[in-house]
Design a protein. Structure first.
Length: 416
């Protein structure tokens, strides 16, 4: 027995040390950047927090583009973090993100296997390593997408435990920081998780309407919500997605809306300041293009629904795959889906890799699953900052990786 467990224990020890070193490096670099005068999005979040504390304007300051693009609740959160200064805020952010990264890995493994520890070492290593570029962006920029992922995974765990009110709280909190996680509400309604759906709506109101009141007052917070909704949620035209004119249609945005616009009408794929560069294979009018986008979204939803087992046939093995497919759909349906958003693929990749590990070796099914998994990883790698990869990203390499991952998980769900 010792001959088996001791090497495995050493493997776990090496994994922990390697993970700790990566977290330490990722945490130190934003602090070093601060002393070099480069704070990325941290300074923007800091200014939003300071505006809340001083009673100033969160969104528009002398221009038409928002200085801060998230709901008022997120600004309140940054206000609390910015009370001690920009450097302490950066330190707090990297510490929180470090903890959230660990939590997200463990929650993903728990949902996939039913246990947190003592799983195959590669199940922790491979999917986490695949997501390192996304985590790198989060640490460097200060984006909150790891927090959103942890909230969604926490909600899925509570759904598994049949504590639906708790699940709704987590989804509502995530949606109050960035709007797109609210798309999970459609899943809750379809699956008739009524308590979770009601909890999501109730606590979303609490987080968006009640929580900012001590800082902004009812009237000021209502105006903030109105301004944010009009500028972020309801803005979509030929030149801009939300508050991202130009960049919203660039290669960095891998959402369904952005990829369809790049491929089906002549938009600047590289947000060039000189000569626009297009990658379109057709030239459709904007209204017809949006009809195609709507049809594609409907088709993906129908595929998702057709892959699901009936309520009476659901199991502890089918639900985690449903959740993974849901995260993928939310990622591609949100209008803005930049590189750091795809940390959400950590959980679907763990589900996919767990499927690979559980298949018998050697077998044809295992070989096909391995090829599927590797092709997904190759497509995801084209988001790396390597010369020439931008062209592949411009035609939607990450989007197509999500499509392939979604298709494979749907096929697995149909088998169950």
């Amino acid at each position: 027995m010792n001959l088996i467990t001791n090497p495995q224990n050493r493997t776990y020890k090496h994994l922990i040390i390697m993970f700790a070193v990566i977290i330490l490096v990722f945490s130190i670099l934003p602090v070093c950047n601060y002393f070099r005068g480069s704070t990325k999005d941290y300074s923007r979040f800091y200014q939003a927090g300071q505006s809340v504390l001083s009673g100033g304007d969160i969104y528009i300051k002398g221009g038409q583009t928002f200085q801060f693009m998230y709901p008022p609740t997120a600004a309140v959160l940054y206000a609390l973090m910015s009370m001690f200064g920009l450097l302490p805020m950066i330190v707090i952010s990297v510490m929180v993100n470090s903890a959230l990264w660990i939590v997200s890995v463990f929650l993903s493994v728990y949902l996939a296997t039913g246990k947190v520890l003592r799983q195959h070492p590669l199940l922790y290593l491979v999917p986490t390593a695949c997501c390192i570029p996304f985590v790198w962006d989060i640490f460097q920029l200060g984006q909150p997408n790891l927090l959103l992922l942890a909230c969604m995974l926490g909600a899925f765990v509570y759904l598994q435990l049949k504590k639906e009110w708790h699940a709704g709280v987590f989804i509502a909190f995530a949606a109050s920081l960035k709007a797109f996680p609210i798309l999970a509400l459609v899943y809750l309604l379809y699956r008739r998780r009524w308590k979770a759906a009601v909890s999501t709506v109730v606590f979303l109101v609490v987080f968006l309407v009640v929580v900012p009141v001590p800082f902004r007052g009812f009237q000021r917070n209502f105006q903030d919500l109105k301004t944010w909704t009009k500028g972020m949620v309801l803005r979509y035209d030929t030149d801009s997605i939300s508050q991202r004119p130009g960049r919203g249609y660039s290669w960095k945005n891998q959402s369904l809306i952005a990829v369809a616009n790049r491929l089906l009408r002549p938009v600047d794929a590289f947000h060039s300041k000189t000569t626009p560069v297009c990658v379109n294979i057709a030239n459709l009018e904007f209204k017809y293009l949006n009809g195609i986008i709507l049809a594609a979204a409907l088709g993906l939803c129908l595929f998702y629904i057709s892959s699901m087992p009936r309520s009476a046939q659901r199991t502890m093995h089918s639900d985690p795959i449903e959740y993974a497919m849901l995260l993928i759909l939310i990622l591609i349906f949100t209008p803005l889906s930049f590189t750091y958003f795809y940390i959400w693929l950590l959980y679907p990749l763990i589900i996919a890799f767990h499927t690979l590990l559980t298949l018998p070796y050697p077998s044809r099914a295992r070989n096909l699953t391995l090829v599927w998994f590797l092709v997904c990883l190759i497509l995801l790698s084209f988001m790396l900052p390597i010369p020439g990869f931008k062209w592949l990203a411009a035609i939607g390499s990450t989007f197509w990786a999500c499509m392939l991952l979604l298709a494979g998980l749907g096929w697995k769900l149909r088998q169950l």
